[in-house]
Design a protein around this ligand. Structure first.
Ligand SMILES: C[S@@+](CC[C@H](N)C(=O)[O-])C[C@H]1O[C@@H](n2cnc3c(N)ncnc32)[C@H](O)[C@@H]1O
Length: 367
């Protein structure tokens, strides 16, 4: 057969086979991997494997879990045929490997434990992938809204879906905390001794949990307008016995700024701004409130996906930011670096720094 090839924008030769791989084979693996992970989370398979490692060893850090089909079926009360089909696909997509052919046992593939099972691991991406699983049920609403441009109300999504989405921000938050403590060492030294931290839009409390574990002497306030998240965050605080140093409140920033006299050393706005009312005046008022709530030498830390203009020259590795925009199309308004700087210039804040290392980035904003 005649070899067919075309050149892409950069002049590289692309064969039809390359494009089939890109659109068919990669898509099939990608789609099935998302479905597998989404279902695995809902069926409790990953949670079961996590609990299993905790009961087996709490001394040695675990990174591989072994199990059998029958064991999963029995412990999770699942049908063997369905589970067998799920496991076949999971083997094909590389989640698991055969451990022992004789005993028909399986084990997690390298790093799958860190990536999909251990929520606390810095490389955990189960939440991100779980969130994409939820685009499928939301697509009917999205399709309608493509025609009307109507905003999607994220607060109306079911608790499960929102929690999955917030697993994704938990990961962003963890990476940002690491980079923040590396970039502002003196500031963080003080936070280790004492300090007050406000998280606006704390949601399910996952990000506060990261910071509270790191800064054990700091006091925290978490506020959000969404009741399910607040209830979950309060439970997290109770479970960890953090009631003396963490307050979780269901309130808006505007109300809180008007009723409290407390000023904070650090205010965190992690993956919240894009979900807020896109009206610039509304957002400017928010920043005025944050200005009031911040100590004179405090830092406002903004963690946000920076989404480039579609027609701007391509920048390297923006996949996560762009998929973030897609997964929240119609409910979110993102900035790029240029438009965000222009926005901050219109608020009372005077100093703004963009800190970036690899794919991790945040804004440090001061009075
Ligand atoms: C993607 S979640 C991020 C949660 C948390 N910051 C984290 O990093 O895990 C966005 C949160 O912002 C909250 N939110 C949206 N609009 C808000 C507003 N106007 N005031 C306070 N919280 C808001 C949502 O309820 C949701 O809990």
């Amino acid at each position: 057969m005649e070899k067919i090839s075309r050149n892409n924008q950069e002049g590289a030769e692309i064969s039809i086979k390359d494009q089939i791989k890109k659109f068919a084979i990669n898509c099939l693996y990608g789609f099935n991997t998302i479905i597998l992970i989404g279902m695995g989370r809902k069926l409790g398979i990953f949670d079961y494997l996590y609990e299993k490692t905790k009961s087996v060893s709490n001394v040695n850090k675990c990174s591989v879990v072994k199990f059998t089909l029958e064991e999963l079926a029995e412990k999770l009360n699942l049908d063997v045929n369905y589970l067998d089909a799920w496991l076949h696909l999971a083997l094909e997509c590389g989640l698991f490997e055969i451990d022992d052919l004789n005993t028909k046992s399986l084990k997690t593939a390298p790093f799958v434990y860190e990536l999909l099972i251990d929520h606390d691991h810095i490389s955990y991406i189960g939440g991100t992938l779980g969130a994409f699983y939820n685009i499928a049920p939301a697509q009917q609403i999205m399709l309608k809204n493509f025609k009307t441009g109507k905003a999607m109300d994220l607060l109306k999504l079911s608790g499960d879906v929102v929690k999955d989405l917030q697993e994704r921000s938990r990961r962003f938050g963890k990476l940002i905390e690491k980079l923040f403590s590396k970039s502002f060492t003196d500031f963080c030294k003080n936070l280790h001794k004492q300090g007050s931290i406000l998280e606006v839009g704390c949601g399910y409390g996952f990000n506060i949990e990261t910071w509270a574990k790191k800064y054990e002497k700091a006091r925290f306030v978490g506020i959000d307008i969404e009741p399910n998240g607040i209830e979950f965050a309060q439970k997290l605080v109770d479970q960890n016995k953090w009631n003396e140093r963490i307050d979780i409140l269901k309130t808006s920033t505007n109300k809180y700024a008007r009723t409290t006299k407390v000023k904070f050393d650090l205010i965190i706005l992690n993956q919240v701004l894009h979900e807020m009312n896109p009206d610039e005046n509304y957002r400017r008022q928010l920043f005025k409130d944050l200005y009031l709530l911040l100590n004179d030498n405090g830092i406002l830390l903004v963690g946000e996906s920076m989404v480039p203009d579609t027609f701007a020259p391509r920048e390297p590795f923006k996949l996560f930011d762009i998929t973030h925009k897609f997964s929240e199309a119609g409910s979110a308004r993102f900035y790029n670096e240029k438009t965000f700087r222009a926005f901050i210039d219109s608020t009372p804040f005077t100093k703004v720094e963009f800190i970036q290392e690899g794919g991790t980035k945040f804004w440090a904003i001061r009075k």
